[in-house]
Design a protein around this ligand. Structure first.
Ligand SMILES: [Zn+2]
Length: 122
């Protein structure tokens, strides 16, 4: 096969010895919520993290309502933001407000399709 995964589930080229995502400093977690309760936490690292159902996403969510690359998080200079890639008909919402790109702070609630998340930043 043309790819493998690190222990955290990040996509890796088979020739890579170590996962470049996990080597970046940890910045926090994206917590997947189910019925308003934490269900699964994905570690987020400095740089860009794609969220979607595709195998090449750093944060891979196997939900039918998410596109392969649905949105991405960017963490740089201590700031976190989320950007909707416009690959789906459903709007990105942050704290119940439709958006395509916005800065995030600790505790913000993000909705992508029918999936809800809380961002926990260090
Ligand atoms: Zn990794």
């Amino acid at each position: 096969m043309g790819f493998k995964y690190c222990d955290e589930g990040h996509w890796m080229d088979p020739s890579w010895k170590r996962c470049p995502v996990c080597l970046a400093p940890l910045s926090g977690w994206l917590v997947h919520l189910k019925e308003n309760k934490p269900f699964k936490a994905y570690s987020i690292h400095e740089g860009k993290s794609f969220i979607g159902s595709g195998a090449d996403c750093e944060i891979r969510i196997l939900n039918i309502d998410l596109s392969r690359q649905h949105a991405y998080l960017v963490i740089a200079d201590g700031m976190c933001s989320i950007v909707d890639m416009g690959n789906s008909g459903s709007a990105l919402k942050v704290n119940n407000i439709d958006t395509v790109k916005t800065a995030l702070i600790d505790g913000d609630i993000i909705e992508l399709g029918n999936s809800a998340f809380k961002i926990k930043l260090l």
